[in-house]
Design a protein around this ligand. Structure first.
Ligand SMILES: [Zn+2]
Length: 114
């Protein structure tokens, strides 16, 4: 997705060195339409680096051009729906271990560095 805007809020667990990232983005899809994305991101602690993993994600496509007869542009409604979903996810838990368990992802090693 070619981003128009992207923002995130990181909720860190300083004891474990882990974190949860609530992400919201608006951008152009490869198909040439707009989309609003929201997600619960987690840093990768796999043996092979994958970047960010998403325990939850939502994509709301926006038709382009806007269909005739549509009174309001659908982008604000999609943005509102995505932010409402982020608020619901953030209310479930701010703990990385909660989201890792849900997505079946490994966490950071708790072994002390050598
Ligand atoms: Zn990974």
């Amino acid at each position: 997705m070619a981003l128009i805007m992207c923002t995130s809020v990181v909720l860190s667990d300083l004891r474990s060195g882990d974190g949860v990232e609530l992400e919201l983005a608006v951008g152009w899809t490869p198909e040439g339409t707009l989309a609003v994305d929201a997600g619960v991101g987690l840093p990768c602690f796999c043996a092979t680096e994958h970047g960010t993993h998403y325990a939850e994600s939502l994509t709301i496509p926006i038709p382009v051009p806007i269909p005739a007869g549509m009174a309001l542009h659908p982008l604000p409604a999609a943005f509102a729906a995505a932010t409402a979903q982020l608020a619901e996810w953030s209310g479930q838990s701010s703990s990385p271990s909660h989201w890792r368990a849900l997505a079946g992802l490994p966490g950071p090693s708790l072994e002390p560095p050598r």
